[in-house]
Design a protein around this ligand. Structure first.
Ligand code: ZN
Length: 236
């Protein structure tokens, strides 16, 4: 595998950071005052790591069929179950509609030029996913609040790029709508994780004791989230 190394100089960090991007790039962010030769050496030391990481991400992309083109025949996941996307173009109708059947995700769009179809399908699916996510997440919060013994001041569904969920200082919980693509147990875990933060703000030993009491199988769920973090790049 040949890897392109892209070096970015920045004043914002004091240390060197590495990141990979498909198909074959390693991005090195380095402080401006660090000599080029030193950066070169650090980058070389990281090439094996980058190659492994790129293969891992590529495999995860393959598993989830990413990036999506939003055209018929692709699979889309809802609560961990894959459905085949079927696009129906209905002349005479301008409103889009999404229906989930036993094995299909049926998206009906109005007649638009072919090059605009995929964008139209994406918009319809995004709206559908967000509304489904809201329902599932609110229901999960209702279910788990009494178990954890904490209730949020609000539940917000967000389009976060890097996180599955978070807990605000004012006691409201934020969740990534993409959780509705994951198996139901994973969505439940993220809800439990954030609800437990209402009682224990930090990831202290006491915090994890609480999570373990509520959901003993949480380590499997955390592993799944780590392995499937590329789902956060769906619809971007
Ligand atoms: Zn946390």
């Amino acid at each position: 595998m040949s890897i392109n190394v892209e070096i970015r100089r920045t004043d914002r960090t004091k240390s060197v950071a590495f990141e990979v991007r498909l198909p074959n790039t390693m991005i090195v962010s380095a402080p401006r005052r660090l000599p080029a030769r030193a950066i070169q050496r650090l980058a070389e030391d990281r090439l094996d790591w980058a190659a492994k990481r790129l293969l891992f991400i590529e495999a995860a992309y393959g598993r989830h069929g990413l990036p999506k083109k939003f055209s018929g025949g692709e699979t889309f996941s809802y609560l961990g179950r894959d459905s085949l996307l079927t696009v129906v173009v209905a002349a005479g109708s301008s409103r889009s509609q999404v229906v989930l059947t036993e094995d299909r995700l049926l998206v009906t769009i109005g007649a638009v030029p072919e090059e605009a179809q995929e964008e139209r399908v994406k918009t319809a699916l995004l709206k559908w996913y967000k509304s489904a996510a809201r329902q599932c997440l609110e229901a999960a919060v209702e279910r788990w609040s009494p178990v954890v013994g904490a209730r949020p001041t609000a539940v917000k569904v967000r389009n976060q790029r890097r996180r599955w969920g978070s807990c605000s200082h004012n006691g409201s919980l934020n969740f990534n709508w993409r959780l509705v693509m994951a198996p139901a147990g994973i969505l439940d875990y993220v809800v439990v994780h954030e609800l437990c933060h209402l009682r224990e703000p930090n990831h202290s030993a006491r915090y994890w004791d609480l999570v373990s009491q509520v959901m003993p199988e949480h380590t499997d769920h955390r592993k799944w989230l780590k392995e499937n973090a590329v789902l956060l790049e769906a619809f971007t």
